[in-house]
Design a protein around this ligand. Sequence first.
Ligand code: DOR
Length: 448
Amino acid sequence: MSAPLLIKNARIIDPSDGSDEIGDLLVKDGVIARRGSANGGVPDGTRVVDGTGMVVAPGFIDLHAHLREPGGEDKETIATGTAAGARGGFTTICCMPNTTPTIDSAAVVGFIARQAADAGPVRVLPFGAVSRGRAGVELTDMEELARAGVAGFTDDGNPVATGHLMQMALLYAGQLGLPVMDHCEDHSITHGLGVNEGWVASRLGLAGYPSAAEESIVARDIALLELAGGALHIAHLSTAGGIEQVRRAKERGLRVTAEATPHHLTMTEAWVLGSHGRGSPDEALSNDAYETRAKVSPPLRAETDRQALVEALADGTVDAIATDHAPHTFADKAVPFEEATVGLSVLETALGSLMGLVHGGALDLAALVHRLTAGPAGVLGERYAELATLRKGTPADVVLFDPNESWVVDAASFASKGKNTPLDGETLVGRVKLTIAGGEIAYDGLAS
Ligand code: DOR
């Protein structure tokens, strides 16, 4: 157990009770021992940190990350992925089942739990697959997976393949009190494409991934939610049309939630042109056009979609920010655009890029913190509420960040094995300084 730690004079934002005040936070014996402006004694051996100008919040919860283990250890391991998460302020990470073998049995869930316990204090909550092997044919034994401790179900990387599977998954997962997360992509339309259908695809002579590939599956899933009940969670929502459907379904009282990624909230299809997204249709192509590090599924979208997503995040239509951290090797991306794998390494840049929305006036800081903490906890359900609070006596999952520190992204120095980010070399403003998970220091960047 780490020594007691007192953070003094920080802005403490706790979305679980709406509080936002300058004060002190004491972590002792693994729990939040004291919080607020009232003075109290300082236990012997306490490390005191000056939090002036900094923000303290519950540790961030990532609903959606690819930790690659088992089977993809060249891209990431649970140890490197959780270390990357800790650097990004995440104290809970939900890992996706597109592993080898798939997370579709209690044995694999148990393996992940053991690896996570060895890796360190960051919590890892696996999502189990909806279908065996994510093959889209036969449901997994959802009850076995629930008993083994999965936080929900998804075939992420793939959509739930058929309406019937989705109907059954919603029904059974609903009885188990767990959400079904869907990667809404009609593969028969997208064929693995990695650029939005729009001006950049035209400029580069690439076939584009249309918004309808997402919107048609979102529509199907909402209709099935109405039929089967349960709880539906839309992964990495990216289109204005998809957002509108989620908004209307929520208005009708359906149990649908949605997440958005830092990259879809802050970047557009223009990033595929290279030049860090600053290129325009009439310029000559830059040397880094066909930027494979900006290839992701769903693709980075149009500026109108991005703006709709930020609005949806602000008004709560989007419940949570989730990274879709998708580490890949250098070789996976150092190939022609059409052959490159999809995904970005996100855990270590998430806060810095999202703070751009706050500094630009598009989002309130307290709302951002909510969507990284209480928002995702709400998607996971009541049993995880304690992971997103600074209430006295609860397990100390805490992040301390400097909202104004400027830093340059250096992917080579990431804890993640995935160096695949187009943000490499970009200046971000907002940096995690300290992450505490379950009372243990998971990342200490106060000296740097
Ligand atoms: O960009 C993505 N990468 N989207 C996905 O759905 C899967 C992920 C991965 O596993 O690399």
